[in-house]
Design a binder for this molecule. Structure first.
Ligand code: HEC
Length: 166
């Protein structure tokens, strides 16, 4: 396993399995947010909780209420991770934690470009499929690791962008 520190042995690594997201995820239209929650997790949390959270016990989040999990993430971010979170960024990392534990894919919309051929992009659980819809037009995004993007063939009004993940 990559990046497992000795300080984290009490998680019970050997018994933990990580299931790739299955193709039954929710339909999600995330709020546009110029913050990268999956990259944040990989940079600040994965050294203790495993790449893409694979070291969490399955069903971990179910033991917490939303508010408790939010406090946990907040405490972890400002404590061991030394990378404090607030507001919408904290919400996004919280949603990512919940998706990990529900084994459903997470999707995030980071940017909608301007001009005649704008790039629409964000982050996603690796291995998931992202479909972008603008008005009546849909297109599969290109997923590379935990990022996705699609280049649109006409200008886009951010209000009309819909993102689905499977
Ligand atoms: C230096 C190692 C370390 C880092 C970095 C770290 N954590 Fe933790 N985390 C722990 C330990 C140890 C526990 C178990 C003890 C506890 O709950 O306080 C834990 C517990 C948790 C739990 C509860 C898990 C459970 O099974 O109940 C969550 C959620 C969590 N961390 C999220 C995060 C997030 C999000 C980050 C990044 C912002 C992060 N952690 C960074 C060590 C770390």
């Amino acid at each position: 396993m990559i990046g497992v520190g000795l300080g984290c042995v009490w998680f019970g690594w050997a018994s933990t399995t990580f299931s790739q997201p299955v193709a039954t995820g929710p339909t999600t239209t995330p709020t546009l947010l110029d913050f990268a929650p999956v990259s944040y997790f990989q940079d600040n949390c994965a050294r203790c909780h495993g790449s893409y959270g694979q070291a969490y016990e399955s069903g971990m989040a179910a033991r917490y209420t939303d508010q408790e999990l939010r406090e946990k993430v907040d405490t972890m971010a400002s404590g061991p991770a030394q990378a404090p979170l607030a507001g919408a960024a904290l919400d996004a990392v919280l949603e990512y934690q919940k998706s990990l534990n529900a084994s459903v894919p997470f999707v995030h919309l980071a940017s909608v470009g301007e001009g005649a051929t704008p790039t629409i992009s964000g982050e996603v659980t690796p291995g998931a499929k992202v479909v972008v819809t603008v008005g009546d037009t849909r297109a599969d995004a290109t997923v590379d690791g935990h990022t996705w993007k699609v280049v649109w063939k006409e200008s886009v009004d951010v209000k009309n962008v819909r993102v689905d993940v499977k």
